[in-house]
Design a protein around this ligand. Structure first.
Ligand code: IMP
Ligand code: MG
Length: 181
């Protein structure tokens, strides 16, 4: 069944079934590779929330989830970000998977990775649903990736345009006029 798309979208890039299948695969892989460890899935609000919610249910192992929030100081200024919500739990000695919706320039994940590293986890890996390597500036190691996409702005499954479209069950591209607006 086709997912109804908002007018502003021009097509589905990754459909709901493909996302669900890939998330299930990543969940099994993470559960296996972190078996017996103090596993924490940490995401950055708000975009990573949707992926984290599905991914943690696909991880058939004991784990805990936690969140942080950052805000961009201003668009395009060297990825300067500020923490607006810190982790609730101590991650020292834990095995942490940083769950991201998308890695684009890599500046955000690079910043958050360093921040988490400073808390002294025993292990720290990055898991991103989408990898858009074309505009990469900061080269962070990505241990788990859902899909690699070309340099195109997409929305859905957590990704937004001005706060909207996060709730789409698929990942969709936008009409050119929407991206430029
Ligand atoms: P970065 O460039 O890797 O630091 O990514 C910064 C942020 O830009 C991400 O966390 C997303 O919030 C946002 N972003 C990057 N690409 C897209 C996209 O295609 N759609 C929606 N948001 C995006
Ligand atoms: Mg965003």
């Amino acid at each position: 069944m086709d997912t109804p798309l908002p007018q502003i979208c021009d097509g589905i890039v990754i459909d709901q079934a493909a996302i669900q299948q890939r998330v299930a695969e990543l969940g099994s892989q993470i559960a296996e590779e972190f078996a017996g460890q103090d596993l924490r899935l940490v995401t950055v609000l708000k975009g990573g929330l949707f992926f984290l919610a599905d991914l943690c249910r696909a991880c058939e192992t004991q784990l805990a989830i936690d969140f942080l929030a950052v805000s961009q100081y201003s668009a395009g200024v060297g990825g300067m970000v500020r923490v607006t919500k810190d982790l609730s739990d101590d991650i020292a000695g834990a095995s942490v998977v940083l769950v991201e919706d998308v890695v684009d320039t890599g500046l955000t994940v690079n910043y958050v990775y360093s921040l988490l590293k400073a808390h002294g986890p025993a292990r720290l890996e990055v898991c991103t649903l989408l990898d858009k390597p074309a505009r990469r500036i900061a080269d962070v190691p990505i241990a788990y990736r859902g899909f690699t996409l070309p340099d195109r702005f997409v929305v859905g499954y957590g990704l937004d345009l001005a706060g909207r479209y996060r709730n789409l069950p698929c990942v969709a591209s936008l009409k050119d006029e929407a991206v430029l607006a």
